[in-house]
Design a protein around this ligand. Sequence first.
Ligand code: UT7
Length: 329
Amino acid sequence: MSKTTAAITGINGWVPEYRLTNQELSTMVETNDEWITTRTGIKERRILKGEGLGSSDLGVQAVNGLLKKKNIKADEIDLIICATATPDLIFPSTACIIADKIGAVNAIGFDLMAACSGFLFSLATASKFIETGTYKKIVVVGADKMSSIIDYEDRQTCVIFGDGSGAVLLEPTQDGLGIQDSILKSDGSGRNYLGMKAGGSVKPPSHETVDAREHFIYQDGKTVFKFAVTNMADVSAEIMERNNLTGEDVAWLVPHQANKRIIDATARRMGVGTEKVMLNIQKYGNTTNGTIPLCLWEWEDKLKKGDNLILAAFGGGFTWGSIYLKWAY
Ligand code: UT7
């Protein structure tokens, strides 16, 4: 029998209605549309409004839509992995909350934390459960309510991030399609440049940490940019080389949407033309774990069975990586 691989057999995305435009941001902090557009490529981002709503609510929308599209019931799911940097709670996991909310009574669930690379790391992890025959139906959901950890007085970060979610269904296949290869990397020395300073076990929440605004994202943008632009391009080139792929062979680059300049540099390094790059950063900004599935969802109609896709991401940790997959439908 031929090898079992994990194929994405369904995709869905979801974004909240509220659009926070560059124009509105320029009334909140010292910024302008021209700066944001030229430095990042972002025009607007979506914000989840309403009391008592968190990343699980974003995730539930994406997953419920996915189940409906695929015409499967929640109790058929074996495993839910939720990639999130903004869990509903430190514990229990957002995956367990999503499972409960959708009625996935037979699924086990856990969260995977790899910041902006979380969806990619989760997909690679999930693929191993399929390849080994452990599970047959896995949902990987990337969901982030980034607005919950953004300081809307900090112009360096508040212009970048938005809320959103996306989910894929992974199932086994023996026809050579699906996930072919993955390369994951991390370097913990990057923790000083991108993260949240308080709220964990080292510095639990206190009046002092709140006053010092340490429960928001901290990013040294310039340093992160330098690492991101090099590493995302390098790892994408590495996975192509390892699989004897040229730019011609790649149908689509599916990059994490952190900055259009990082995406352009990655595509150039891979020898992939801009017409083959999925780009929706202008509409949603950086939705952290939502970016890659939101791209796949928006481009679903254009994808053809057998298309070679390279997924690439870089994020806090630092973490970064690349996945090579053949689209399965
Ligand atoms: O997804 C996780 C991984 N994250 C990333 O990959 C993000 C990587 N970093 C970046 O994308 C970019 O570094 C940023 C978009 C965050 C910033 O762009 P930059 O070109 O690196 O700008 P900068 O931080 O070097 O700032 C340039 C200037 C500064 O002014 P001075 O010092 O030159 O006078 C900033 O104060 O732009 C100023 N600035 C702004 N001006 C208007 C910073 N933020 C803003 C703003 N509006 N929102």
